[in-house]
Structure formats: C-alpha cells, structure tokens
Design a protein around this ligand. Structure first.
Ligand code: NAD
Length: 406
C-alpha cells in the first residue's frame, strides 16, 4: 500500500511547483502538521484482561478555525494515513469556505472483533487521553470509517464528564436526539450529488447516468440511494467482500435487504457477482469510489472505462493514476470538493450546538446545497483560470484561502 501522506505531499508539490503563487516558506509549513499526537489506550476486555490500543489525533492546521475531522477505527489505520486525512480536511474546509481547520483521528483496531462494551470503553479511553487538546473552539472530531453516531455520543458524554462542558459542540455526528444535526447521516452522499449536478453538463455526462459505486457504507449506500432517487441507474455496488453488477440497474431496496439478511452483497439474485477490482473497470458514465484510499493506481488506471469519476472516498486515486486519467481525458471530481458535504453539515451541527438551535432538515439541505454549488463553481473557475484539473483547481483555491488567513 502506498503511503497516503506521501501521496498528499505529491499533490501539494504538483499544485505549488511552477506556480509562483504561494512562496516556499508557506508550502514548507504546510508539509508539517501543527501537532501529531499518538496515544496508547488501555481497555479492559470482557474477559478481564487489559489490551492496549494505539490511537492518534493529528491537528494539521487551524488558520481558518478549530481543527475539524473524523475518527477512523480500522486495523490498517496508522499515523501516515491520519496525517494525510488531516491534510485533506484542512483543504476541504477551505474549499467549502467554512471556518474550520484540518484534523483527523483514529485507532488501530478491528471494531468487528470488539463487543459493544469494549468498543465503548475504547471510545471513552480515546477521549480521556485527548480531552485537554479537544474543545468546541480548539478541536472538534466527527465520525469516519467504522465510527457511528452512538460512538460520537459516548465520546461527547465522556468529554462532558471530564470538562463540564455540556454544549455537545466538541463532537459532531451525534444522534439527532442527542444534539446531532438533521441530515448529517446522508450529508456526504447528498453533498456529492449536488456537486455532480452542478458539474454534469460541464463534464459532458448525459442527463441520466449509469453509476458504479465502490463501498456500501454510510457514504456509498446513501449515494446509491440518492442517485437512484434522481433517476440515475446504479448498475454496480460493492463492500469489502465484493460487488454485485446488473447493467439494467440494481434494485437497491432488495439489495439492502439481502445484505441485512446475509451480511454480504454477494450472491444477490438481482445481479451477478464481481470483484472490487472488476467493479472499478466496468463501463459506466460515472464511477464513485466510496470506500478507501489508493484503489485506483498506475496498475489499473489505464483500464478505467468510466466517463468521469466522483471521489466520495478520501484519496482513492494515487498521484500516478491521476496523471494517467487526466491524459485519458477522464475528469476526476476531487475528494476535497466532492465529499465535503459531511464536514459542512458537521459545521452546521457545531453552530447549532453553540447557539442552542435546531434547524429543520430543509434548512440544513438548502444551506448544504448553497455551499456545495458555490464551492463547485469556484473550483471549476480556478481550474479554467489555471488550465488544470479540477483537483489542482481545488488545491489552488484552498491554498489561496489558507495563505491569506495565515
Ligand atoms: P463506512 O465504514 O460506513 O463504509 C465503508 C464501506 O467500504 C463499507 O461498505 C465497507 O464494506 C467498504 N469497504 C471496506 N474495505 C473495502 C475494500 N477493500 N474494497 C471495497 N470496499 C471496501 O465508511 P464511510 O463513512 O462510508 O466512509 C467511506 C469513505 O468516505 C472513506 O474514505 C471516508 O474517509 C470517506 N468520507 C466519509 C465521510 C462521512 O461522512 N462518513 C465524509 C467524507 C469522506
């Protein structure tokens, strides 16, 4: 697996070299997070033994506002991944023009191997070790892969117990009945859809697209449902075990039921099994990677047949693959624009908690649409102004905003 932080730095090099826009000192500063914190979390297991888990919080840059970014629970999570994700969060908040900085957290753990009580102790332990650096005006974590609204609630509760701050504004992505924002659950998928809608014609895509989605978790499943509700044909989706393909379109309701009953997408009667590698190479109008980083590399980029790619996962395309796709004229809508709906509604949640307000779902979605459309337009204009890809357009826009503030 390529080092995601090296990939992020290669993107930074590409966006800044040959462009006398930023100056070496600024770029050098952005190569280093403000703080990179590693913790060990002792957890009492149900059998009475104590297991130590490795945890992280990277506070990359807070020029635009408090550090903001999710917490990932995954066996492969390590510091370079967390640093890369924190770097991208910094850019993402700047592209969305929200007053938040970039951070990210994680724990190296396979949460499926823990009982619910062990998971709760681990989550509370993460907060106990980090409570002094967190806070509504310092660092505001959120969910990411394998972290749920319930986990955010345990964390917010632990933080309130330690600090006495009961505003709830230190953690976003909480359940709605416990201070969460309406609309947060689907915000990343819906935000991605608004971005797609704003760019569809410019990318030369048809009014009704065939869509392939890798990942069937929070982001992938919601994106599948939203694209399908708007008349697009979702022809393939996958989870970690593999995917399912039907060129006539998948019945998503029946597929979700099948996954609920069997635990997997495989062997769904309404389609044929495909591997994750095959899924990425299917012919379609729009390919949406919505699972993990580094899935499109120099090994498979030549074989991609999609007409355009919408990155809802973070960092799914390596810099080498990005270059190949650009030469093949396959436009890529970059993660720091396409999946910024999640952090935008997280920001709305933070604002509601601080003001003691509860916005309606319509209000949340209207505001989200407006943020996503504005940032899409700005990114598009930057890429035209500099004659470059949408990714580089988004980088330039974000770096300009951060530099001005710094
Ligand atoms: P999730 O845990 O809800 O779902 C992840 C999905 O990916 C699951 O369906 C899982 O089975 C699948 N998966 C795991 N390993 C895979 C593999 N090797 N190949 C194919 N599929 C695999 O996570 P999520 O919140 O949906 O996040 C997915 C991606 O979106 C991540 O890159 C995350 O950083 C990014 N993202 C999430 C949010 C958010 O609001 N949740 C916001 C912005 C970006």
């Amino acid at each position: 697996m390529q080092n995601p932080f090296e990939n992020a730095m290669a993107q930074l090099n590409k966006a800044t070299k040959d462009r006398n826009l930023f100056g070496d000192d600024f770029v050098e500063r952005l190569r280093h997070p403000n703080r990179d914190i590693r913790i060990s979390i002792p957890v009492k297991m149900d059998d009475g033994s104590v297991k130590i888990f490795e945890g992280y919080r990277v506070e990359y840059n807070n020029a635009l506002g408090p550090y903001k970014g999710g917490i990932r629970y995954h066996p492969d999570t390590e510091i370079n991944e967390v640093k890369a994700l924190a770097f991208w969060m910094m850019l993402k908040c700047a592209v969305a023009d929200i007053p938040m900085g970039g951070g990210k957290g994680g724990v190296t753990v396979d949460p499926k191997k823990l009982s619910k009580r062990e998971l709760e102790r681990l989550s509370r332990g993460w907060v106990q070790k980090l409570s002094d650096v967190l806070g509504p005006h310092k660092d505001v974590p959120a969910p990411d892969v394998n972290t749920t609204p319930e986990i955010m609630l345990w964390m917010a509760d632990e933080y309130a117990k330690i600090t006495g701050d009961t505003s709830g504004a230190t953690f976003t992505g909480k359940p709605v009945e416990a201070g969460g924002s309406l609309g947060r659950e689907i915000a990343t998928g819906l935000g991605g859809f608004y971005v797609f809608n704003a760019l569809r014609e410019k990318l030369g895509l048809p009014e009704k697209c065939s869509v392939v989605i890798q990942g069937f978790g929070n982001v992938g499943k919601n994106a599948a449902e939203i694209f399908s509700e708007h008349g697009h044909k979702v022809v393939a989706v996958s989870d970690s075990r593999g995917g399912i393909y039907n060129p006539e379109g998948l019945d998503l309701k029946k597929l979700a039921e099948h996954k609920k009953n069997t635990g997997v997408l495989e062997n769904f009667p309404g389609g044929k099994n495909v591997t994750n590698a095959e899924l990425l190479e299917l012919s379609c109008d729009l390919l949406i990677p919505a699972a993990f980083e580094n899935v499109i590399t120099e090994m498979n980029a030549q074989k991609i047949k999609a007409k355009a790619i919408l990155e809802l996962a973070n960092g799914p395309i390596t810099p080498e693959a990005d270059e190949i796709l650009y030469k093949k004229n396959i436009p890529v809508v970059p993660d720091i624009l396409a999946n910024s709906g999640g952090v935008t509604v997280s920001y709305f949640e933070w604002e509601q908690n601080l003001k003691g307000e509860h916005w309606s779902e319509k209000e949340v979605f209207d505001k989200l649409q407006s943020v996503m459309e504005k940032s899409t337009q700005k990114v598009f204009e930057k890429s035209k102004e500099f004659g470059t890809s949408l990714r580089m357009g988004a980088f330039i826009l974000a770096l300009e905003r951060i530099k001005e503030k710094m």
